[in-house]
Design a protein around this ligand. Structure first.
Ligand code: PLP
Length: 354
């Protein structure tokens, strides 16, 4: 059996989630006639404190539609250098929106108001226009870092004062909400658009919901059609997302507890140089120069049926989610300890899972 710590996208819908599909009422979503999808959008709009929301096939499409709706070709957007938008969307901001990206380098993916102030360009006929500020809550490659709400507010305030729109990539916003005990709407309060993903820790197979003002979401519908994201009987997917909201949000705390336990143990392995502080469900760690490379470690673990990701030659990422448990964590630690020889495996007790 494979134990997959590569990403929280690897989850498979549970039987109960699949059963939630059987009785759902469906219609033609492209005409906004699918009642289950409507119910999901209304619920997410409320959860995120926005007027309206639209169902999309993926988080990537949420980001790209948001970028297109807030910008004109030739504009510039501000993102952290580690963000999904910069690294994993196949150059879509340039291809679909014709925008440039100005990257800022925040510690663990969380940049400051001063950095935003520095990055916003003054109005000038020679310079690109800064049109949009993007933040990622939590910061994935920052190590699942939770942006403090005060920092979210401050960077948004600087942007708004300069007439720059604000967008939150909330792929793991609910992880941040569960971790901080502050509801998602408060995190997103000062952001013009925000979305959550159902295919990460929430364990659904398809779907993300983008929320914002009624006017922005109306525009997003048109872009959804243009980008080829409009669907038909999408209630089939939306019913699994509704199931996830009912059953899989509070349990994200279990993923955080397992990640924290893994982080402490990984940090004690002799050939591990440092573990990025673990805040939610992501553990990122760097190997010492004398250790095998990250790719070699990944291969050694794969041979034992445990999957993790290499990010660069010395960096490894481990992600916890609904389909891995404490036994999987033990298997991961045993495999890691074998290949990072010289390390010790302390016998810290697992925190109780809720
Ligand atoms: C921070 C972040 N943003 C966006 C995405 C894209 O989401 P999707 O896979 O639903 O397109 C991901 C996916 O891993 C992500 O981690």
């Amino acid at each position: 059996m494979i134990i997959d710590f590569y990403a929280d996208t690897k989850t498979r819908p549970s039987r109960a989630m699949r059963e939630a599909v059987l009785d759902c009422v469906v219609g033609d979503e492209q005409k906004d006639e699918d009642p289950t999808t409507r119910a999901l959008c209304d619920r997410v709009a409320q959860l995120l404190g926005k007027e309206a929301a639209v169902f999309l096939p993926s988080g990537t499409m949420c980001n790209e539609i948001a970028i297109r709706l807030h910008t004109e070709p030739g504009d510039e957007i501000i993102c952290d250098y580690s963000s999904h938008i910069v690294n994993y969307e196949a150059g879509a901001p340039a291809a679909f929106s014709g925008v440039m990206i100005r990257t800022v380098h925040g510690p663990n993916g969380v940049f400051s108001a001063a950095q935003v102030a520095e990055a916003i360009r003054p109005a000038s006929r020679y310079l690109p226009k800064t049109a949009l500020l993007c933040v990622e809550q939590t910061a994935n490659l920052g190590g699942g870092t939770v942006w403090p709400v005060e920092t979210l507010d401050e960077v948004a305030r600087i942007a708004r004062a300069a007439g720059v729109a604000t967008h939150m990539d909330g792929a793991r916003l609910l992880n941040a909400a569960v971790k901080s005990g502050i509801d998602a709407a408060r995190h997103a309060r000062d952001y013009d658009t925000v979305w959550i993903d159902f295919t990460k820790g929430l364990g659904a197979p398809i779907g993300a919901v983008l929320a914002g003002s009624a006017a922005h979401i109306e525009k997003a519908w048109r872009l959804k059609q243009r980008f080829g994201g409009a669907m038909r009987q999408s209630g089939i997917a939306a019913s699994m997302c509704l199931y996830a909201l009912d059953h899989n949000v509070e349990r994200l705390a279990d993923d955080h507890a397992l990640a924290s336990w893994l982080g402490a143990r990984i940090g004690a392995l002799g050939l591990v140089e440092r573990v990025v502080p673990v805040e939610t469900n992501i553990v990122i760690f760097d190997l010492k120069p004398e250790a095998p490379t990250a790719a070699e470690v990944v291969e050694a673990l794969r041979a034992q049926g445990v999957l993790v990701g290499a990010f660069g030659t010395r960096r490894i990422r481990v992600v916890t989610h609904i389909d891995v448990d404490r036994a999987g964590g033990e298997a991961l630690m045993a495999a890691l300890a074998q290949c990072l020889a010289g390390g010790a495996v302390p016998s810290a007790a697992l925190p109780q899972q809720a």
